[in-house]
Design a protein. Structure first.
Lengths: 114, 179, 685
């Protein structure tokens, strides 16, 4: 779309990212923490695609340009795939923990205490 | 309608973007703010939809569709399944006590936004999207993505497929009651 | 066979040592002790034979060096394996192997009832080999190797009956006190090398410690530097004093009598203790350059002679009397060397080897006959039972008392002692600031000669003469003899009681006595005849001092020494012929104060023990408590405690709350980015 500065997209991505970070720290339920992690991943996706579209640095040749644009897309594909796998496993973990204890509160899982 | 705000021309595209982005931001805050887990999940779903729209505006059509199908259609559905299974919504409202960690967390989050934003955003205000000719406009389409994925990025592709396999096996193991 | 074959002399004892070390016990079991004993004596006798042949081919004043190979080659310094064949070394070779062979023969009889027969002769052969290396080595470093080797063998042999703690302590004392002397010697060696290097003109082939290259270089270099000569000389003398038991490093020699008597005879009478005199004879150039050092040598020699002679009067153990007599006679040798009459010192080494070995072996025969009881107060009238021993001991006593008629005939000691005293009184070399310390030492020596006669007569009277057989009055006064500690068969090791009858020793023991007695009678006469020995060793006199006279002008030395010798014997007979005086018996509280002081070495040994041993122990304990435990352990454990403390502090952060961890990560992230943002200010593009 013509006319939208890059800063807008990056700004949105940054905002979503920091929101996700705050969410991880602030929320108690592990499900919600997971969701905030997904939020962070998406913000990263958005940033990559924005940079792929708005080529900031002039490149030497058209092949390099094509390569550079496709690179952003590729990263996003892989991030999505990894996020999917991660969610599957993570939710499995949460289910397993919930079977042992009835409440799902992340503060109760402090066996790493030193 | 040719005003400028802070040196940037206000165009219809910018306004549309602003609406969508604003809604997405509000939904993001909603994910964090709602006590009810179901409401958080639904906020996240809306957020993802809006992001898919944004991807379309960035000429990444394939990825936009993938976002809808994979993220909202699969991942968020999983989340909602788990929330329902664990009965986290409604009667299991957990009232979280506010303590110093929350406050410091929010503060630091704002701090992070401010610091990073102050560094990055001013430089990017005047960057306009590249002009695309016919060929290049299709760079986000399935044909281009498919070609690149299966030629240049064939090795990461295979690796990710192995990763997904591992994820499947892992999640099955985790979910079974008895090995 | 000429000087090139000198290595054979060294080879035989080494072979003997190896054979006995590896196969000794097996030979003893299969072939018996007599064969083993013969195998021990044989190498020494062979060495003597070879040495004799080579000696006959060595003309006076010549010096040949036989080089076997290279040992050290380090930069400027080159030390080859070389042996020197000259009159000095051949004299010592003949003494070591000749007297050594006789003592080995004696030991086969003396030790026949002991356990660990093979080990004894292994050590003895090793000792002979080390001593030969010491005298044959043609450079100071080989001498030092032999020096250390004899110190080691002395330790091994003194502590031969190691199961008794007192013997082990005596062995330790000998080794440690020797070490002090060795420290001085090694410093002297290093100083010589440093000095020669600083001279600039390099010694031929870089052989800084070889006698043939070093001594001329020292003579040239030290002429202008008497202070350096004094320093080197005194350091070398410290080494000599350690080995030759001069004051204050004599304290090990009396304790060393804890070893078997053949050991005392060989090591502490004839050979090892004369190493110091040999060293001085080798390095006489340095001493000639330094009147101060020579004077100090004289003074210490004289003082030691007097001190030891006085102590000998307070001793009741027959071996201790002989030990102090050795110290005293060594003092005489140093008087000679200090005064410049080096040949007289060597002469006395030779004659002393004869008569002192004879005296020790005779004492050993007495001890053997008296069931290992060494207290002279238990002897008496032994000439009835031990005739051969008696007559040979009389010969030895006459030799040490320097009995003789001037110009006609004298026993061995007569000629050598007169040469020493004559040399001391006739020369003016040993002086400090004009004070003729050499001559003063000569007069002191004359007095000591008188004392020597008296105490040696005392020994003879108490042991052999008199008619009272005092051992029949026991068991009130004997100490127990622990036969089971070292006897092979306890039943043959008889005890001393009122029914004891001493019997004469077997031929393996009295034959060496007779041979040594003959040498004590005739040895001096033949060596001194017409100055034969003097002209063989130093035909043209000394390099710096020239011809050294031993005939003092204006002093009737011959008459004075005859008075000393015969008068001393007369006095001794007067006091002791009837046996022990009442106030010198077993009740030591009746002794005169002087005698009691003499018995305890005037308190010197005690003082040294308290200062060195106890003081050293206290220092060590103090260091342990304060430095090691408190300081060092404190620091090391302190580190541990600090780490532990820090760890305790840091533990508080490991709460286990994931959100806290995430918060910390965020904090770190913000901090880092903020840091980079602020520090590396990037302007707006």
């Amino acid at each position: 779309m013509n006319g939208v500065p890059l800063a807008a997209y990056i700004g949105l991505g940054l905002f979503m990212f920091t929101t996700g970070v705050v969410g991880v720290i602030v929320r108690k339920s592990p499900i919600v923490i997971f969701m905030c992690i997904e939020l962070m991943l998406n913000s990263v996706n958005l940033t990559f695609l924005a940079f792929a579209r708005y080529q900031m640095v002039p490149v030497a040749s058209p092949e390099r340009l094509q390569h550079s644009m496709m690179a952003g897309q590729m990263i996003v594909i892989f991030v999505m795939a990894v996020a999917a796998a991660e969610v599957a496993v993570g939710l499995g973990i949460i289910m397993a923990i919930f079977r042992l204890r009835d409440n799902v509160d992340i503060d109760e899982m402090n066996l790493l205490r030193g | 309608m040719n005003q400028t705000v802070g040196g940037v021309a206000v165009t219809p595209e910018l306004l549309m973007f602003g609406a969508i982005a604003g809604a997405a931001a509000i939904c993001a805050v909603g994910v964090v703010a709602f006590n009810n887990a179901v409401r958080s999940a639904l906020c996240l779903v809306v957020n993802f939809f809006l992001l898919a729209v944004l991807y379309f505006t960035l000429n990444a059509e394939m990825l936009g569709i993938t976002q809808v199908v994979v993220y909202t259609g699969a991942i968020m559905v999983l989340f909602l399944f788990v929330v329902m299974l664990l009965n986290l919504g409604g009667s299991k409202l957990v009232h979280e006590k506010s303590d110093w960690k929350k406050f410091v967390g929010i503060l630091l989050g704002c701090g992070l936004f401010v610091i990073l934003g102050a560094q990055i955003l001013p430089q990017l205000v005047h960057v306009q999207p590249m002009q695309l000719d016919q060929d290049l406009a299709k760079f986000g389409g399935p044909e281009a993505i498919g070609r690149t994925l299966f030629t240049e990025y064939a090795y990461p592709f295979e690796a990710v497929s192995v990763l997904l396999l591992i994820g499947i096996v892992g999640s099955i193991l985790l979910a079974k009651r008895r090995i | 066979m000429n000087y090139e074959s000198i290595w054979l002399v060294l080879l035989f004892p080494i072979l003997g040592f190896l054979i006995q070390a590896l196969l000794g016990t097996r030979i003893e079991k299969t072939l018996g002790r007599k064969v083993l004993g013969g195998l021990a004596v044989l190498p020494i006798a062979l060495s003597f034979a070879v040495g004799l042949v080579i000696t006959l081919g060595t003309k006076g004043g010549t010096s040949n060096t036989a080089t076997i190979g290279q040992w050290i080659n380090a930069g400027n310094l080159s030390i080859p394996f070389e042996f020197i064949v000259d009159p000095l070394s051949m004299t010592m070779v003949l003494i070591i192997t000749g007297v050594g062979a006789l003592i080995h023969l004696y030991a086969t009889g003396y030790m026949s009832e002991e356990r660990e027969y093979a080990r004894f002769f292994t050590y003895m052969n090793l000792f002979i080999a080390s001593m030969l290396l010491l005298v044959l080595g043609a450079n100071l470093l080989l001498l030092y190797v032999g020096w250390e080797g004899v110190g080691l063998c002395s330790y091994l042999l003194i502590g031969f009956w190691y199961k008794d703690l007192a013997n082990a302590k005596a062995a330790n004392k000998a080794f440690i006190v020797n070490r002090i002397g060795d420290w001085g010697l090694s410093l002297g060696l290093m100083l010589i090398v440093v000095f020669l290097l600083s001279q600039g003109n390099h010694v031929q082939d870089g052989r800084y410690l070889s006698y043939d290259t070093m001594l001329p270089a020292l003579q040239n270099g030290l002429a202008a530097n008497p202070a350096m000569a004094t320093a080197i000389a005194l350091l070398l003398f410290v080494g000599a004093a350690g080995k030759s038991a001069q004051f204050p490093l004599y304290i090990w020699l009396p304790d060393a009598m804890a070893g078997p008597t053949p050991v005392s005879a060989l090591i502490h009478a004839a050979t090892m203790v004369t190493s110091g005199v040999v060293l001085l004879n080798r390095m006489h150039v340095v001493f000639e350059m330094s009147p101060v050092a020579s004077a100090i040598v004289c003074v210490i020699g004289a003082f030691t002679a007097l001190f030891a002679a006085l102590i000998a009067f307070g001793q009741t153990d027959i071996k201790k009397v002989l030990a102090y007599s050795t110290v005293s006679q060594l003092g005489f040798m140093f008087i000679a060397c200090g005064a410049g009459a080096y040949w007289a010192g060597m002469f006395h080494v030779t004659t002393h080897a004869f008569f002192k070995a004879l005296l020790f072996l005779g004492a050993g025969a007495v001890i053997h006959a008296m069931a290992h009881n060494q207290d002279m107060r238990n002897y008496g009238n032994l000439r009835k039972y031990l005739p051969i021993t008696f007559w040979t001991m009389v010969v030895g006593t006459l030799a040490i008392c320097a009995v003789g008629i001037p110009g006609v005939f004298g026993f061995a000691g007569f000629y050598s002692k007169e040469a020493i005293l004559g040399g001391a009184l006739a020369n003016t070399h040993a002086q400090i600031n004009g004070v003729q310390l050499g001559q003063i030492s000569g007069w002191v020596g004359l007095g000591v000669a008188l004392l020597t006669s008296i105490y040696m007569t005392r020994l003879t009277c108490l042991t052999f003469l008199g008619s009272e057989e005092r051992w029949r009055a026991i068991p009130a006064h004997t100490e127990e003899h622990h036969a089971e500690d070292h006897a092979e068969n306890s039943d043959t090791h008889h005890a001393l009681d009122e029914n004891h009858t001493p019997h004469e020793v077997p031929i393996s023991m009295w034959l060496p006595l007779v041979v040594l007695a003959l040498l004590s009678i005739g040895g001096g006469y033949f060596l001194a005849n017409g100055g034969a020995f003097e002209h063989w060793l130093y035909p043209s006199g000394l390099p710096v001092l020239g011809e050294v006279s031993t005939e003092p002008t204006g002093i009737p030395l011959a008459m004075y020494s005859m008075i000393a010798a015969l008068g001393g014997i007369a006095l001794g007979l007067v006091f002791y012929l009837k046996g022990l005086p009442k106030n010198q018996g077993f009740d030591e509280s009746q002794w005169l104060g002087l005698r009691r002081a003499e018995r305890d070495q005037f308190g010197f040994d005690n003082a040294v023990t308290v200062a060195a041993v106890d003081g050293g122990g206290d220092i060590a304990r103090g260091l342990w408590k304060w430095v090691d435990v408190a300081l060092i352990d404190g620091i090391v454990e302190g580190f541990g405690k600090i780490s532990g403390g820090l760890g305790e502090l840091m533990r508080r952060w490991q709460t286990g709350y994931i959100r806290l961890y995430a918060l910390m990560m965020l904090l770190g992230l913000v901090g880092l980015i903020g840091f980079f943002a602020i520090v590396f200010q990037r302007g707006v593009r």
